[in-house]
Design a protein around this ligand. Structure first.
Ligand SMILES: [Zn+2]
Length: 98
């Protein structure tokens, strides 16, 4: 079912991994019912789509400064995502989308 990168971690406010990546967006695993997951789908995955996460961040400065900030932020977002997954012993798939 999951076509994401396999990332799981905390993203929806729980103290345990409550988010999973499906097709590059995060879904709330606490919202599962018969129809699937009801909550999520609007946040990019920090592991396979860190640049999309950075795109959503509020940046300041001129276009060049924002580009530099976005790149640095994407790196930080991805590093944080990898550390978060490692903390929960989540096995990450290949970085097909990276
Ligand atoms: Zn992902």
């Amino acid at each position: 079912m999951s076509a994401g990168c396999g990332w799981e971690g905390r993203a929806f406010g729980a103290h345990y991994p409550d988010a999973t990546c499906i097709d590059g967006v995060l879904w709330d695993m606490d919202s599962i019912d018969d129809d699937g997951m009801l909550h999520g789908g609007d946040r990019p995955c920090p592991h396979c789509c860190p640049h999309e996460v950075a795109d959503n961040a509020a940046l300041s400065g001129n276009a060049r400064q924002r580009r530099v900030q976005r790149r640095a932020l994407a790196r930080k977002v991805k590093a944080r995502a990898i550390a978060e997954a490692a903390r929960w012993n989540v096995k990450l798939g290949g970085s097909r989308h990276a």
